[in-house]
Design a protein around this ligand. Structure first.
Ligand code: NAP
Length: 284
């Protein structure tokens, strides 16, 4: 029951109606007995600043931020967490008496998902894609102790730009690769592969993955950030090669868990988020 005391949280994006975050957070608030509600807000680019000012004025306690606002939102915040500053994107905002502070839990979500299976410490990581998700995952995995990151992207200039940022901002061992021989060679002794491209995402479930069975090996851990379908073409190829696959649903769960922690100070059991998400994904 919503009362005058209910804490309001939400997500801003354009579009926003597809988001599964309201479901996960509302189930978690209810299960943990917290008097909070989480709502989707459809905010257009031109309304971003006024939406944030309005949210703060109306006492909204926290927001998730999704496409296309993750980078643009930074200039309107009072403070930005160092990792989000490095990544250059914010997906979580906390409002309190000190104003607004931005965080990025996408990278944390991916790292937590991978760490359910293997430690990232000193590992050789290959990342497919060089967009927003690639930035979040590559910075965060290096901050958590990965040994090296190699970026393979369709548009080489973007991989080179990300490599430059990783080297300059973190002093990291980073490489840029093409999607052909470079990638194949790099995967021979890689420990972790993360796909951050939308390839294989519903409805394009039969799109050929960038990496196929012959390029993978047993012992490789493969994380696809795509969560619909749960078993993408890439994860099917990984299975055939004896590699261990992780669905993007895990990243989605953990980015939500981390945002929840930032807002409430409470670490919610990940199972609450995961069960709610799985039930919904089965319907899609
Ligand atoms: N599971 C989660 O919690 C979670 C969280 C965040 C994002 N995601 C997912 O991550 C994906 C990427 O999001 P983003 O924000 O990083 O997008 P983005 O900034 O637009 O980047 C997309 C990347 O994918 C590459 N790409 C797209 N289509 C391709 C194709 N047909 N062949 C080769 N490369 C292709 C692009 O290459 P170019 O540079 O050449 O264009 C670019 O590097 C989306 O599917 C999103 O839903 C999942």
């Amino acid at each position: 029951m919503i009362t005058g005391k209910t804490g309001v949280f939400g997500i801003i994006g354009d579009p926003v109606e597809h988001s599964l975050s309201p479901l996960m957070h509302n189930v978690a608030f209810k299960k943990l007995g917290l008097d909070n509600v989480y709502v989707p807000f459809h905010v257009k680019k031109s309304d971003l600043q006024s939406a944030l000012m309005g949210a703060e004025s109306m006492g909204v306690k926290g927001l998730n931020v999704t496409i296309p606002h993750k980078t643009a939102v930074i200039k309107y915040l009072d403070a930005v967490d160092p990792a989000a500053e490095l990544i250059g994107a914010v997906n979580t905002i906390k409002f309190d008496e000190n104003g607004s502070e931005g965080y990025n839990t996408d990278g944390m979500g991916a790292v937590k998902a991978i760490e359910e299976v293997t430690s990232v410490k000193n590992k050789k990581v290959v990342i497919l894609g060089a967009g927003g998700a690639a930035r979040a995952v590559s910075f965060q995995i290096l901050l958590e102790g990965a040994g090296s990151v190699s970026i393979a992207n369709r548009t080489p200039d973007k991989a080179v730009k990300l490599r430059k940022d990783l080297r300059e901002k973190l002093g990291a061992d980073a490489k840029a690769l093409d999607l052909g021989f470079d990638l194949e060679e790099e995967l021979e002794n890689a420990d972790i592969l993360v796909n951050t491209t939308p390839i294989g995402m519903y409805p394009n479930v039969n799109q050929k993955p960038l990496v196929t069975e012959d390029m993978m090996h047993a012992g490789l851990v493969v994380n696809d950030v795509v969560y619909n379908p749960l078993k993408t073409g890439l994860l099917k190829e990984a299975e055939k090669a004896g590699a261990e696959g992780i669905s993007g649903a895990k990243m989605l769960v953990y980015q939500g868990v981390e945002a929840f922690k930032i807002w409430t100070g409470i670490e919610p059991p990940a199972d609450i988020f995961e069960d709610a998400l799985m039930e919904e994904l089965k319907k899609l």
